[in-house]
Design a protein around this ligand. Structure first.
Ligand code: AHR
Length: 677
């Protein structure tokens, strides 16, 4: 009898030791070789849509600085005697300039005012570098000008914030520079340049009027708005895709993105009508141009500064297929494709060529003799059909022949599936491209149900670049709701779990000015002074900052955690630190107890969560931190009573493994990081 009691006690204690807590149970297999996660996995798509570049990331504050818009004075107000001329300017590709003359009376004024794109944002105590080109155009040998930072709509006694006099001293075109300091912060300021001379014969010609904050990202000349570029850097991107998007293609071939127009001295880069000027819903007056100021040099430089691989996308000789009827023959004739192919080859030379090469020399003259080490090139954006296939193949062959080391990104068209998609994937496989660009702007249903999209893909052949995607709310308003971000996070577990198929990804679009957007949702919103990181931004950041080196099997009941009730999850290991990183999305409204079975020897752990009780809540410029990731330390102390299935915490298992149980909130995306010895 005594023996029987002792046996029962032993049995109960063994059972107690192996008792599992209630809830779901997931097993991490850290003995598996795993699948390498490419450093390029999570990246950024950068297109000048929604005034992302001119009026946004590009720090230039003057709109139409070269007087080259179709209406040369668009963006400017003039007063007094102001004339636009186009003969005799200093820049052959930007011929227009303005002439200011004595206005006819000593108290009258003559000058120009520029209000930027949506007003000029100025910050208290910050310096602004004004540069312009000028020459005297009247009889006096020198002529005075007055540069003014101002606030046109103010109840303050004085509109003027900062004033500097400049004397133009030559009848030859000369560059002038002056620093202006803003004494207070103004969201909608303006810049004025006045003829400041009482001589009746005074006249001066002015060209390329430019105003930059002295403090740009990384202190670069012709640089980027610091807060917006920092938001990009904080994404820790593996790639930077540029310049689009549809602007690669253009509404017509004439206004496609031509990279050669965006390098060399900034004053002589010709402007381009932005293809998105025609898509400004509710804003019918086209006023969207590209200065080329944030051009291909600035792009490569930014990629380098934020540690991302550049992935340029170039025109394949086809104008936007959505905006053109093929019957009108909008594309480059096949026998003229050579020009487009040469542009692609020259771009590679610009990025990587030696300083003595034609385009390598241009790069060196711009300040970067070392190559940019370009590895990827995308040919065409959202193309489809026979016309594309006819153009793509010669393109590909020419680039491969000259630069076999460059990895080619092909395309699967604008949609996530269907006839065009299948047709192009077959063609991309036939041509053995390196990566295929996929685009899916889809609704909640798609993102909810497709965390297994890539589980079904062939494991050989071209890799996937999920180059443009975002969850578009089916309420039609397409806002940056928390729910959309949560669904993206859930879907992205499938990108990571299939790291052998998916090599790159980028949410799109990235930026939107609140007063100038054409497209939403967007990752980052801004106005003239402020920036708001959306919930989707934080999802991208959490993935990127917690990428890991290899994906390990994470299973529930022997199967990957895909659509497991409301849960989708993935696990990666960071080989540099040994950290195990589990990303998990709970799409349900209620919390769940989740247990991870892990190797022993954990030293510490944290969990970062992104959560909102309200699925349609969002960050705003006024409240940019409503929904942000929150990090907490996890308690790894073993539970006191392992037999109690309700207790949460760590249980020691046979073989030195442990089970960590915790409660995961409803509508939550969480990243667990377990540190090991
Ligand atoms: O990201 C916005 C647009 O969506 C891109 O320019 C285009 O490629 C896609 O249609």
């Amino acid at each position: 009898m005594k023996k029987a009691v002792a046996f029962l006690a032993l049995f109960l204690s063994a059972a107690a030791l192996s008792a599992q807590p209630r809830g779901t149970y997931m097993v991490v297999d850290d003995t598996a070789a795993g699948i390498p996660v490419q450093p390029t996995m999570y990246g950024i798509f950068l297109e000048d849509i929604n005034f992302a570049a001119d009026g946004g990331l590009y720090a230039e504050k003057i709109c139409n600085r070269s007087f080259e818009y179709d209406n040369p004075l668009q963006g400017w107000k003039t007063f007094g005697k102001v004339e636009v001329l186009d003969q005799g300017g200093p820049f052959d590709r930007n011929p227009h300039f303005v002439r200011l003359r004595y206005p006819g009376h000593p108290v009258a004024q003559c000058g120009l005012e520029n209000g930027g794109w949506f007003g000029i944002g100025l910050e208290e105590g910050k310096q602004y570098r004004l540069t312009f080109w000028a020459r005297t155009a009247g009889k006096p040998k020198s002529t005075g000008l007055l540069a003014v930072l101002c606030e046109p709509s103010t109840l303050a006694d004085d509109q003027n914030l900062a004033l500097e006099e400049i004397t133009v001293t030559s009848s030859k075109w000369t560059k002038y520079e002056v620093m202006l300091t803003a004494p207070r912060t103004v969201a909608k300021g303006a810049f004025r340049l006045l003829l400041w001379d009482e001589n009746h014969d005074a006249a001066v010609d002015v060209e390329h009027v430019s105003l930059f904050p002295a403090d740009t990202f990384n202190g670069d000349d012709n640089g980027l708005r610091k807060d917006l570029a920092q938001a990009l850097a904080d994404l820790h991107p593996g790639i930077l895709r540029f310049p689009g998007g549809c602007i690669v293609e253009g509404t017509t071939l004439e206004n496609r993105y031509q990279w050669k127009n965006t390098v060399g001295p900034v004053e002589n880069r010709p402007i381009n009508v932005n293809r998105w000027t025609y898509d400004q819903f509710g804003r019918m007056f086209p006023d969207y141009y590209q200065s080329g100021g944030l051009g291909f040099y600035e792009y490569f430089r930014l990629a380098e500064e934020i540690g991302a691989e550049p992935v340029p996308i170039i025109s394949c000789g086809m104008a936007c297929q959505f905006e053109n009827d093929p019957a009108t023959d909008p594309d480059c004739p096949l026998d003229e494709l050579g020009t487009y192919i040469q542009d692609a080859l020259d771009l590679i030379e610009f990025a990587n060529g030696p300083v003595r090469s034609k385009w390598g020399k241009v790069r060196a003259q711009m300040g970067h003799p070392e190559p940019f080490n370009l590895k990827y090139l995308g040919i065409g954006n959202e193309q489809w059909g026979e016309r594309f296939k006819e153009r793509f193949e010669p393109f590909l062959r020419a680039v491969r022949a000259k630069y076999p080391e460059i990895r080619i990104v092909g395309t699967s068209g604008p949609y996530l599936g269907g006839e065009w998609f299948d047709d192009l994937w077959a063609e991309m496989r036939r041509l053995d491209v390196d990566l295929v660009d996929e685009h899916y702007y889809s609704n909640e249903r798609f993102f909810e149900r497709n965390a297994d999209r890539y589980d079904r893909y062939p494991r050989t052949g071209p890799k996937v670049f999920a180059g443009e995607y975002a969850c578009h709310g089916s309420d039609g308003r397409k806002l940056n709701h928390f729910n959309a971000a949560l669904l993206e996070a859930s879907f992205m577990t499938g990108l990571e779990r299939n790291a052998d198929v998916v090599y790159m990804s980028s949410y799109a679009p990235t930026f939107a000015h609140v007063e100038g957007w054409q497209w939403r949702p967007d990752l980052i919103w801004f106005d003239n002074l402020r920036v708001m990181r959306s919930c989707s931004y934080y999802v991208q950041q959490l993935y990127s900052a917690n990428k890991g080196s290899r994906v390990l099997p994470l299973t529930m009941g022997g199967k990957p955690v895909v659509n497991a009730g409301d849960l989708n999850a993935t696990c990666a290991v960071d080989d540099a630190t040994g950290d195990l990183i589990i990303k998990i999305a709970n799409l349900g409204a209620y919390s769940q107890v989740v247990t991870f079975e892990l190797p022993g020897g954990l030293t510490a752990a944290e969990r970062t969560t992104l959560h909102s009780d309200n699925p349609v809540d969002e960050n705003t410029l006024d409240e940019p931190s409503r929904i942000v990731p929150v990090t907490e330390t996890l308690d790894l102390t073993p539970v006191a009573d392992p037999a109690n299935e309700w207790l949460l915490g760590v249980r020691n298992l046979d073989g030195g493994r442990i089970a960590f149980s915790g409660r995961l909130g409803g509508r939550t995306f969480a990243v667990y990081r377990f540190h090991r010895k």
